[in-house]
Ligand binder design. Structure first.
Ligand code: NG1
Ligand code: MG
Length: 507
């Protein structure tokens, strides 16, 4: 909870003017930024119009931008991210009734729905005009709530997932700023806090990540959920995963503006079969690559190594390889693997000495295709992990001039993009064009952010060129496509009505 910028008291007073806060729930509350506050006020009014009563809480979960470390979280390696001021907003009242009614502020685009508190969706009535496709977003809410509620013992549940929830916010959807994960993580946070559980946000995030993975059938990691809930105002984060999750602050130097620019290509792993299978194939190739390397390098306990993060951890811990850093491991790894090596399913099985069933369960579950580009994928993962280390080093280098550091950050981002495009093959022509245009318009670094195959790019622009950049990019792609990004604190409930829990919806 970062409220150390001296304006906390002022903000708290501000919230109190909007909402009478229940004192025994204060411990769970955080203080939002001004823009969030403005949105919350509008949400509160809309909730009143829609339901004829005040919501019993207001909450938000930010989106996220990955600065560098793309496709590393599920590989067990550190990622540099930030939570955005753009996010998903929630207004509602949850209780222990059996149904949850969920609707969206933009109800013509995102249809309403009704869930059982077990998380299963109820049939929609015939006369509702909105197509079922527009109701897909509702699942993300139910996954989050359900994951959290089910993690609590029956006797500890004051909220079981019933109630009313209005969702809105200012996060662009389906663009790599993690709108889906902020919906899952935010819903889980709401369910946790309203159950008065002191579950650390990081744990809530991990529950949400697993719920989204299981629900959407994607093999992603937890970086989106952790960033959304654990972000820090005015700072980027380095999130490490192996052997366990650790979050460190990473300084973003003065003189830098960050812009997310949309390629206009929607890329939703959850709904788009092609994107999901590309994504899951990358994850499988990475697991296979790590296991093969562990075996070839004779790393102790290699049977349990399925991520490059575990490989690095084991290699350092056991000192078999005499390697202490990612760049050293990278050199050693590519002595035993060609960087364009391709393996067939039977080659993988033979080399790993696995039974068919074990190979299926541990490596290729849910993947179509039997040819694995392990060399290229490992090349990206290792070089990207080195870029993460470089990024941290530059951010701590206070001896170099700001302009020099800015150029170095830019180079790191640009090299990351080249790797995504040529080695990991997760970019697309539209994204590449946006990247080119942004660089021509003054970005010193530009790359795709998020899983890929469309969505947003993130651009590092010197502050003195920011207005020129924004103007040029807006002219080219339109107002809607350009979002200035500043690091925000993580998701929170920031107002709970004092009547909460006194049976206001128990009637
Ligand atoms: P997107 O598709 O941008 O939400 C996905 C994964 C992340 C991470 C990135 C690639 C999920 C929910 N998200 O993000 O964990 O692996 O791709 O860096 O699977
Ligand atoms: Mg997502």
């Amino acid at each position: 909870v970062l409220t150390d910028d001296g304006r906390e008291e002022q903000r708290r007073a501000h919230i109190a003017s909007l909402y009478p806060i229940k004192t025994n729930m204060r411990a769970f509350l955080d203080v939002p930024d001004e823009e969030t506050f403005r949105l919350a006020k509008a949400m509160k009014e809309q909730f009143q119009v829609r339901y004829g009563e005040e919501p019993s809480f207001l909450a938000r979960a930010p989106g996220r931008v990955i600065l560098i470390g793309e496709h590393l979280d599920y590989n067990g390696l550190p990622v540099i991210t930030l939570a955005t001021t753009q996010g998903t907003m929630f207004a509602g009242c949850l209780d222990s009734t059996e149904h949850i009614e969920v609707c969206h502020v933009e109800n013509s685009r995102y249809g309403p729905g009704m869930f059982r508190n077990s998380g299963t969706r109820m049939a929609v009535s015939e006369d509702e005009k909105v197509s079922l496709v527009d109701r897909n977003w509702l699942q993300y809410v139910s996954w989050g709530i359900k994951a959290l509620v089910e993690s609590l013992p029956m006797s500890k549940r004051t909220v079981t997932g019933g109630g009313r929830l209005l969702v809105g916010g200012n996060l662009p959807r389906a663009g790599g700023m993690s709108s889906s994960s902020s919906l899952v993580a935010g819903s889980a946070l709401v369910a946790a806090r309203l159950n008065r559980k002191r579950i650390p946000k990081q744990e809530i995030a991990l529950l949400a990540a697993r719920a989204e993975r299981d629900g959407a059938g994607t093999k992603g990691g937890a970086v989106d959920h952790i960033t959304s809930l654990c972000g820090v105002r005015e700072s980027a984060l380095k999130i490490s995963f192996t052997p366990h999750v650790v979050i460190d602050k990473v300084e973003i130097p003065d003189g830098v503006a960050l812009f997310a620019v949309n390629s206009g290509v929607r890329a939703e792993k959850g709904f788009d079969d092609r994107v999901r299978s590309e994504f899951n194939m990358r994850a499988a190739e990475c697991r296979i690559g790590a296991a093969i390397l562990a075996r070839r390098l004779k790393v102790h306990l290699c049977k349990s190594v399925t991520t490059p993060g575990q490989l690095l951890f084991q290699a350092c811990k056991t000192s078999i390889l005499k390697c202490r850093s990612m760049s050293q491991l990278r050199t050693i790894a590519f002595e035993v693997m060609q960087n364009d090596e391709i393996l067939s399913l039977s080659e993988v099985r033979q080399e790993l000495g696995l039974a068919e069933i074990e190979l299926q369960n541990r490596f290729v579950m849910g993947v179509q295709g039997s040819i694995f580009e392990v060399g290229r994928r490992m090349s990206h993962v290792f070089s990207e992990a080195v870029r993460v280390e470089d990024f941290v080093r530059v951010s701590m280098d206070h001896n170099s001039a700001p302009s020099v550091r800015l150029q170095q950050f830019g180079r790191i981002l640009n090299e990351g993009q080249t790797s995504l495009k040529e080695v990991f093959e997760s970019s697309c022509p539209e994204v590449d064009q946006v990247v080119d245009f942004c660089r021509k318009s003054g970005a010193v670094g530009s790359r795709m952010t998020g899983a890929g195959w469309g969505g947003y790019t993130i651009n590092l622009v010197p502050k003195d060129r920011a207005s020129h950049f924004k103007h040029a990019v807006t002219e080219m792609y339109g107002n809607e496509a350009v979002v200035e990004v500043t690091p925000n604190s993580g998701g929170c409930i920031f107002a709970i009505h004092k009547s909460y829990g006194t049976g206001d919806r128990e009637r």
